[in-house]
Design a protein around this ligand. Structure first.
Ligand code: SAH
Length: 404
């Protein structure tokens, strides 16, 4: 068994059960990609069993803090079983569910999303890569599902020195359809596991979409703007609430903006799938920032606006620039809301804390000379859990602001 010896004082985060070991913490030792290593403090005390990643700044990720634990098939099978069991404790109204969320489930670098009868896997660390076939067999055994697709093609994987890997890992019969459908709350959504973002869809916004539908119904939104709409999740949610409120017969309308033509095509399909035609909605292939400025020039006003942009700050180094970008779109959106209108605004940047995001939106309001009630704070859905030991899990944060 190979050993990593840490430098003096570098054992502290491990003693708090944080699972990452950075290159700067290591005094000596190394191993092959994904190999299990024993991690010791500077004076030789056992700290953890971890998976080694030679190319990454995060040189090792912990499997277990228990010296007696063997890192083998039975151990990994137990982790998968636990992850699936915990989903039964969460309230999830969908057959699109994140079954494994990396570090939060004790499986650093493994993401598994279930879309109806299909599992979609992302492998983002050498440790998981090494045990991939064992993990896939365990997932299939515990879920009873036979269709498994891999979408390991993100930037995070290249930081690990791993080449992209995509395609079916298991499929019982042909045709091997990559277009899937899920039922979420009261609506249905199509998604593409081959071409879509992440594993195909943003499951993490499930609860916020539900809240948006409830607001649309309760406050009878008539003019809704969904910015960065991707495949139209918030547009469908709003429309379902608006239909319930009976506003479509009074000219209710949803406008959705995205700069990706393929996402907009799917958004159009998703609106039709739920019974909404082009008379109910407009899709704009455009830049959000430019569109918001244009709407202001045209003196347009909205009852509700969603701002769910891509990750503006992938790391702490980008936070200042990201803060300016978030502030810009929030200022414009607050100006476009009528008094009493509702803003659902999000950041999915790990580098932007909830507190900082709040400050950014507040300063956008100050610049726009607009005040608002902070009606709610939102976060990722429960199947993307944050844990006490892993604060980095807190990436998605949102605010619901009602304009005064
Ligand atoms: N709200 C969506 C997820 C949004 S993902 C959901 O619930 O499913 C972010 C989206 O922003 C992507 O679809 C991307 O194509 C789009 N995007 C990125 N930059 C953009 C820009 N400048 N203008 C318009 N859309 C943009």
């Amino acid at each position: 068994m190979k050993t990593l010896r840490l430098r003096e004082g570098k054992e502290r985060s491990l003693l708090r059960a944080h699972p990452w070991i950075f290159d700067t913490a290591i005094a000596k030792g190394g191993a092959d990609a994904g190999e299990t290593v024993k991690v010791e403090s500077f004076d030789g005390a056992f700290l953890a069993w971890a998976a080694y990643s030679p190319a990454s700044k995060i040189k090792a990720r912990v499997w277990s803090f228990d010296e007696k634990q063997r890192i083998d098939e039975a151990f990994l099978d137990g982790l998968i079983e636990q992850a699936l069991h915990s989903r039964q404790l969460f309230q999830i109204q969908s057959n699109g569910v994140r079954l494994v969320h990396g570090e939060s489930d004790g499986l650093p670098g493994l993401i598994v999303d279930q879309y109806d009868d299909t599992l979609v896997l992302q492998v983002l660390s050498c440790g998981v890569e090494r045990f991939k076939s064992i993990l896939v067999a365990s997932l299939m055994k515990h879920t009873g599902l036979e269709r498994v697709y891999e979408r390991s093609d993100t930037q995070a994987r290249s930081l690990e020195g791993l080449a992209p890997s995509t395609g079916w890992l298991s499929h019982p019969q042909t045709p091997k359809n990559v277009l899937l459908q899920i039922e979420e709350h009261d609506w249905r959504l199509n998604l593409d596991v081959e071409q879509g973002h992440k594993t195909g869809f943003y499951l993490d916004q499930r609860e916020s979409r539900r809240r948006f539908a409830e607001y649309a119904h309760r406050l009878s939104f008539e003019r809704v703007l969904n910015c960065f709409c991707y495949t139209g999740g918030f547009s469908v949610a709003a429309s379902v609430g608006m239909r319930r409120a009976g506003v479509f017969s009074k000219g209710g309308h949803v406008t959705s903006i995205d700069s990706s033509a393929s996402a907009l095509k799917m958004a159009d399909e998703n609106m039709r799938l739920n019974g909404f035609s082009s008379e109910h909605h407009t899709l704009m292939d455009a830049d959000v920032n430019a569109s918001l400025r244009l709407f202001l020039q045209e003196s347009r006003q909205f009852d509700a606006i969603v701002l769910d942009p891509p990750k503006f700050a992938p790391s702490h180094a980008h936070v200042d620039r990201a803060a300016r970008a978030y502030k810009d779109i929030n200022r414009l959106a607050l100006q476009l809301l009528r008094p009493g209108g509702v803003l659902f605004t999000f950041s999915c940047s790990g580098g932007v804390s909830a507190e900082l995001f709040h400050k950014i939106v507040a300063s956008a309001g100050a610049d726009a000379h607009v005040d608002g009630f902070i009606a709610e704070r939102l976060q990722g859905a429960m199947d993307h859990p944050m844990t006490l030991n892993f604060p980095e899990g807190d990436y998605l944060k949102g605010l619901v602001v009602i304009r005064k």
